[in-house]
Design a protein around this ligand. Structure first.
Ligand code: NAD
Length: 298
């Protein structure tokens, strides 16, 4: 018999992911802090529960898609949380981006209750969530990965078991370092070129064809050249992710000097009131510092 799936956290990412699971024929039990968001999805194959504990009582596999470590801790281990209602043999799949250290602690707690947990953060953004083409990086036991695979396949395309508990979050932190530092580098290149009198569009065209070419230049081209920074992925969430990366660096004794600088740049953007802008708005900080705004590149 198909396993019943609980889904907690129906935001920008969680909602389309849950919709794709329903579309693939899975039976869901939904919970969101704002109840209406869950009710909007209710139907033949989806019911709404009153608390994370109730979700766990009714589910074999419980997926969470929440902002950060404190929310995942609250929803899993807090009062009325998932752990209180967990069935013997249940599987928790946390797809949020959180601290690998917190993930491991929660996986141990789940294990003590006869259940297990995977960390399965994603990349690919809201578009990937809507289209069901997310990259999913999974940490935990192989058997649990196999058990959840058909669910992952309904939400993503590149699905990789990367190691033991916490490994998924470590890979996601690595991903977020590369994306943030790349956006920063592209921003410096655009402002330098533009202030020196070269068209920023031409800079992207030329750099895109060589070793400097990267997906940030493609995916963020219109936002950066057009100064249209609606998210997408918000600066405040990326700042959260670099905080996770820096904390992991400290935990494992790894120096992340440039990550620390870009983390401070995102902090500055938040203080300037731009935390809700797309992360490609890092460009605006380099522009501020240089007294020059790039044009649309004509
Ligand atoms: P979001 O803020 O849109 O959604 C979070 C959802 O969790 C909201 O519906 C909120 O009501 C709910 N929630 C918050 N606290 C809760 C609580 N205590 N109990 C129950 N529900 C609660 O965020 P999002 O953009 O969907 O991101 C979710 C996760 O996915 C984050 O960890 C983020 O870093 C990661 N992520 C986001 C993107 C993206 O492009 N947005 C891409 C990859 C990964």
């Amino acid at each position: 018999m198909a396993e019943k799936v609980g889904f907690i956290g129906l935001g920008i990412m969680g909602r389309p992911m849950a919709e794709n699971l329903i579309g693939a024929g899975h039976e869901l039990v939904l919970y969101n802090r704002t109840r209406e968001k869950a009710e909007e999805l209710a139907g033949d194959n989806a019911t709404v529960a009153g608390s994370p504990r109730e979700v766990a009582e009714q589910s074999d596999i419980i997926i969470t898609m929440l902002p950060d470590s404190p929310q995942v801790e609250e929803v899993l281990a807090g009062e009325g949380g998932v752990l209180e209602g967990l069935r013997e043999g249940a599987l928790i799949v946390d797809m949020s981006t959180i601290s690998p250290v917190v993930t491991k602690e929660l996986a141990e707690e789940a294990g003590e209750r006869g259940a297990s947990m995977l960390d399965a953060p994603v990349s690919g953004g809201d578009i990937g969530a809507i289209e069901g083409t997310l990259s999913i990086m999974v940490g935990g036991e192989e058997a649990d990965f196999e058990r959840a695979k058909s669910l992952f396949e309904a939400m993503g395309k590149t699905i990789t078991h990367v190691g033991e508990s916490g490994a998924g979050q470590v890979v996601k932190a690595a991903n977020q370092i590369v994306v943030a530092l790349t956006i920063e580098a592209v921003s410096e290149a655009l402002v330098l070129g533009s202030k020196a009198g070269v068209s920023p569009a031409k800079i992207l065209d030329v750099l895109g064809g060589g070793l400097a070419g990267n997906k940030v230049m493609e995916a963020k081209r219109e936002k950066m050249l057009g100064h249209s920074f609606d998210p997408g992925f918000r600066i405040e969430l990326h700042h959260k992710d670099l905080g996770i990366a820096l904390a992991a660096g400290r935990e494992y004794g790894v120096a992340l000097p440039v990550t620390a600088v870009v983390d401070q740049m995102l902090e500055t953007l938040k203080a300037k009131g731009r935390g809700d802008r797309d992360h490609s708005a890092l460009l605006t900080l380099i522009e501020d510092s240089s007294g020059h705004e790039i044009g649309d590149g004509g």
